[in-house]
Design a binder for this molecule. Structure first.
Ligand SMILES: O=C(O)C1=C[C@@H](OP(=O)(O)O)[C@@H](O)[C@H](O)C1
Ligand SMILES: C=C(OP(=O)(O)O)C(=O)O
Length: 451
């Protein structure tokens, strides 16, 4: 019932709306939700999770963990996980269907790599084109045997991981700034004797480190003078069950936040959003562009900083977005590009090669879609240069061909927001991928514009 769906395309039309007003919440953080389920599975005993994102990506992780022996159920608003303990995973009987989810795939590959089991990973057309060599290389060094389909010299799904126990502890310097690769290695390290070390020249989201410490793992982080982080994890860990509250997802909050900045007279609060600095880069960039964004009621929930985000309509100015901020807002560039297209002046982005290997090539999909709506966009190898419209709505238009979303939820949601701020509305060819990360997306916007 909860295995990932492979949907039929469902187009959507988004018309200009009046001011957005009111208070809303968005679903739970996707990164933290995946990790809450995985770490709870590795604890001995019963963990409880509140605020879990019930999007298809997270449900794919849950289904795979069940197939490897975890008992995962929902009662009322609370998810309970009866963990099997580090080293206790069972051999899954069928292939693990990861749907559209890169995080599920790469983290679970790491988990399986140091267990004496094997698993085949399959996924949808988007996921099946994404590069897996970045996890295959370090997990191979730890002793796992991974056989993948090759596509244009790139290792891709379907692939089979044959884990090894005991695996060999690894010291690994990340060649690409990726929290998924870091987390895959740490997960493999949990059931490996000795110390596993990941060296991270550019910091990425640190939820795995924070949560592993919370679950009782012996993990330390050292930061040198150049900001290079070394994460050391003592293996053969024993994790203790936890009670976890998942904050609202800043990557989902990004859509109503940008919509409220762009639509005149809007004034909204998005409640209970994670503002971990390794995730919240977009909000700082929008503030630099002149966006009226205030963090209210700042507090900590389960080790993560959280705030209510108050946003009012603002006249945005284009800026030069520094490349080193990219990891802290890597999933938010599509919606930033919409904001930039309506700002006054030029916005320049760079250092964004990674955007080409997400659910779609987000640089080319966004450039193509924005140009079709009348925006002035230049696509470079590692970023977009966008000449803003000086606040004038993009033309959009009923007879323009639908925007192509290429199975990418963030492209779909970005152009939905573009439609709300356009002259004549925007049609998006397929809104079904939105279910991967933001169930209820449309209703939340309807609520804000109806008030
Ligand atoms: O670790 C995670 O939860 C994620 C890391 C990022 O991917 P990369 O590690 O590929 O940058 C991000 O794009 C993804 O949505 C979630
Ligand atoms: C890149 C994303 O997710 P994943 O890598 O898990 O598919 C995303 O949610 O924008």
């Amino acid at each position: 019932m909860e295995s990932p769906q492979h949907h039929k395309a469902q187009s959507g039309h988004f018309k200009p709306v009046g001011p957005l007003t009111g208070r809303i919440a968005v679903p739970g953080d996707k990164s933290i939700s995946h990790r809450a389920l995985i770490f709870s599975t590795l604890a001995v005993g019963k963990s409880e999770i509140n605020g879990l994102l019930e999007g298809e990506d997270v449900l794919a992780t849950a289904a795979a963990l069940r197939a490897m022996g975890a008992k995962i159920e929902k009662t009322g608003d609370t998810w309970t996980v009866h963990g099997v303990g580090v080293g206790g995973l069972m051999q899954p009987e069928t292939a693990l269907d990861m749907g559209n989810s890169g995080t599920s795939t790469r983290l679970l590959m790491g988990l399986i790599a140091s267990h004496d089991i094997s698993a085949t990973f399959i996924g949808d057309a988007s996921l099946s084109g994404r590069p897996m060599g970045r996890v295959i290389d370090p997990l191979g060094l730890m002793g796992a045997d991974i056989q993948a389909r090759m596509q244009d010299d790139k290792a891709c799904l379907p692939l089979t991981v044959r884990g090894i126990c005991p695996a060999i502890p690894l010291e690994y310097r990340l060649p690409v700034a990726s929290a998924q690769v870091k987390s895959a290695i740490l997960l493999a390290g949990l059931n490996t004797p000795g110390i596993t070390r990941v060296i991270e020249p550019t910091p990425t989201r640190d939820h795995s480190e924070t949560m592993l410490k919370g679950f009782g793992a012996d993990l330390s982080v050292e930061v040198d003078d150049n900001g290079v982080r070394t994460i050391s994890l003592v293996g053969e860990a024993e994790l203790k069950p936890q009670s976890i509250k998942v904050p609202g997802d800043p990557s989902s909050a990004a859509f109503p936040v940008v919509a409220a900045l762009l639509i005149p007279e809007s004034d909204i609060v998005v409640e209970n959003i994670g503002i971990n600095p390794t995730r919240a880069g977009l909000f700082g960039v929008l503030q630099k562009m002149g966006g009226d964004i205030v963090f209210e009621n700042e507090r900590r929930v389960g080790g993560e900083p959280v705030a209510d985000i108050h946003v009012r309509h603002s006249d945005l100015k284009g800026i030069d977005v520094p490349a080193n901020i990219a990891p802290s807002m890597i999933d938010e560039f599509p919606i930033l590009f919409i904001a930039a297209a309506l700002a006054t002046g030029t916005t320049t982005t760079s250092g964004l090669h990674e955007l080409r290997v997400k659910e779609s090539d987000r640089l080319s999909q966004m450039a193509e879609g924005l140009i079709s709506l009348g925006a002035n966009v230049t696509e470079k190898e590692d970023g977009l240069v966008i000449q803003g419209s000086d606040g004038k709505p993009l033309s959009g238009g009923g007879n323009k061909p639908a925007i192509k979303t290429a199975l990418d939820h963030r492209i779909a949601m970005s152009f939905a927001v573009a439609g709300l701020t356009s002259k004549a509305g925007v049609t998006v060819d397929d809104m079904s991928p939105v279910e991967t990360s933001f169930p209820g997306f449309r209703d939340i916007f309807l609520g804000l514009s109806a008030q």
